[in-house]
Ligand binder design. Structure first.
Ligand code: PLP
Length: 377
């Protein structure tokens, strides 16, 4: 797969006519293009382009959000105490080792800013979540990319590329856009092969959806080692993408470093209060997870039957591969879906792939019907 947001050094978007001189590594990037959210002429499209939760947030969280309107004149609690304590209680973690961010993306950015110097090597997997690559490039790091096997992170390929300059490695587990995961044993083997002065960031944005015995989120590794960070988000299973709130669990020393560069009010009051209620509504998230697992199974078997390759997913989205020999392609399928009012997301810049979010039953049915027609056409 190829990437869309990273341009070559000589192709940066340099619109500057002034004598200002932006940091060269920043000019190596082009602006992020978010998932499409509308179709011209379609009033209520089925938006399945950004891995959001189509179930929305817990009703208790919505109520908490409404109650925030009385406090909008106040700055938020810069210590993020209530949310950190709520997360700590639900997940059995030390609240002092939790830090919250404006989405987990911000926390990835803070870690990269704090631990990666220009010229250091950042070790990434071929299809790794695009924002990590962007932050590492902006920081002036050298990206070292390990190939994947069957759309899965390949720990051996990563370890073969470790050098004296490797200072940062990040694995989205499960990964976006592939939807695949690596086991706890594989993650531990990766960690064991990294130098002690290399920080391993485990991005667990989709961890709540995973239903596999050999999977573990990164919390235990954080407890055991001083060079591991786990990031999590309220944007996915909790249905709070619009509020921009995520968190990281870190060794105390890393917390103290990140607190020096976190802006005091990076997380807004409604986001802190709403997320504190959302994380405690475990019955709601259990139901969302159950529906997601059942839907994924159904979609996967229906689309496989049509001759489309469905990359096995443990998330709330699935990556489809259309065999170029068959005359079908991801871009054609995307146009076909759009003509039926459905918005998927082109993935990885390749014409063979298409990524689609798991939706509500009627939305998933619409996808299956449209792809059935497309494959028969
Ligand atoms: C793997 C992965 N990590 C992190 C994020 C960022 O999530 P947030 O909304 O918390 O910034 C996403 C968002 O799609 C993601 O797919």
């Amino acid at each position: 797969m190829t990437r869309t947001n990273i341009s070559r050094p000589d192709q940066g978007e340099n619109n500057s006519l002034s004598s200002l001189n932006p940091v060269p590594s920043v000019m190596n990037l082009s602006s992020y293009v978010q998932g499409q959210s509308s179709i011209v002429g379609v009033e209520n499209p089925i938006k399945l382009s950004s891995n959001e939760s189509t179930y929305g947030p817990s009703p208790l969280a919505i109520q908490a959000y409404r109650e925030c309107s009385a406090q909008l004149n106040r700055y938020p609690d810069g210590s993020q105490q209530k949310l950190r304590e709520a997360i700590g209680k639900v997940h059995g973690l030390d609240a002092d080792r939790i830090i919250c961010g404006n989405g987990s993306e911000e926390l990835i950015l803070l870690v990269v800013r704090a631990y990666l110097r220009p010229g250091d090597e950042a070790l990434l997997s071929e299809n790794s979540f695009i924002m990590s690559n962007i932050h590492c490039i902006a920081q002036g790091a050298e990206l070292v990319i390990a190939p994947e096997k069957s759309y899965r992170v390949d720990v051996d390929a990563l370890l073969e590329r470790v050098t004296q300059k490797t200072r940062f490695c990040t694995i989205a587990n499960p990964n976006n856009p592939t939807g695949t995961y690596i086991s706890d044993a594989e993650m531990r083997r990766l960690h064991a092969g990294l130098p002690n002065n290399c920080l391993l960031l485990i991005d667990n944005a989709y961890a709540e959806y995973v239903d596999r015995k050999d999977f573990a989120n990164g919390a235990k590794l954080v407890d055991e080692f001083e060079n591991v960070v786990m990031t999590r988000t309220f944007s996915k299973i909790y249905g709070l993408s619009g509020l921009r709130i995520g968190w990281a669990y870190c060794p105390l020393e890393i917390i103290s470093v990140l607190q020096r560069i976190r802006t005091p009010f990076n997380t807004n009051g409604p986001a802190l209060a709403t997320a504190a209620v959302a994380v405690q509504d475990t019955e709601f998230t259990r139901r969302v997870k159950e529906h997601n697992t059942n839907s994924l199974q159904r979609i996967s078997s229906e689309l496989t039957r049509l001759g489309i390759e469905v990359i096995p997913s443990t998330t709330n989205f699935y990556l489809l591969r259309f065999d170029p020999q068959s005359g079908k392609s991801g871009s054609q399928a995307a146009s076909f879906l759009q003509s039926r009012g459905i918005i998927p997301r082109p993935a990885g810049g390749s014409d063979a792939f298409l990524r689609i979010t798991v939706g509500l039953d009627h939305e998933n049915n619409a996808v299956i019907e449209a792809l059935t027609e497309y494959m028969a056409a």
